[in-house]
Design a protein around this ligand. Structure first.
Ligand code: HEC
Length: 121
């Protein structure tokens, strides 16, 4: 009996672990191009990208890690102007974030925002 309970436990554990391996993402689920690069907004598009991918080394409390802080519009604009924001987010040999380049959509949004004059919108 104990063996049976143990076996049931193992089987249940295996069955429960299967769905957790499934990886959902918007592009796979809905297909097509869900990356909207028209009228990119600093506040609504760019800041959330930087918040997720950059501020852990580049905001007021973390910039000592990198030596560069750009968690407000004015300071970010400096890195737009010197080309390093677009450069480093697209340079696979010296990427930002340092681990690997971000996905295509995040990079396309940053590019489009810069191309539109990097507005404070
Ligand atoms: C794990 C920490 C870390 C993360 C996350 C990170 N950076 Fe950096 N970043 C650094 C360090 C360290 C440097 C300085 C050394 C170097 O230039 O590689 C740096 C330098 C830079 C520079 C160079 C500034 C200049 O004028 O030379 C830019 C631009 C930059 N990061 C942008 C970003 C962006 C944009 C993101 C997010 C998409 C990001 N970083 C994420 C650590 C990080």
């Amino acid at each position: 009996m104990k063996k049976l309970v143990f076996l049931l436990f193992i089987v249940t554990a295996i069955v429960l672990s299967v769905p957790s391996c499934y990886y959902d993402n918007e592009v796979d689920l809905y297909g097509g191009n869900t990356c909207d690069t028209v009228a990119v907004s600093y506040a609504n598009d760019i800041v959330p990208i930087l918040n997720t991918n950059c501020y852990n080394c580049h905001d007021a409390s973390t910039y000592t890690v990198s030596g560069y802080q750009f968690d407000d519009y004015t300071s970010l604009k400096d890195y737009v102007t010197n080309g390093s924001l677009e450069g480093r987010t697209n340079d696979a040999s010296s990427p930002m974030p340092p681990t690997e380049l971000m996905d295509d959509c995040n990079r396309a949004l940053i590019k489009a925002w810069i191309a539109a004059g990097a507005p404070n919108n």
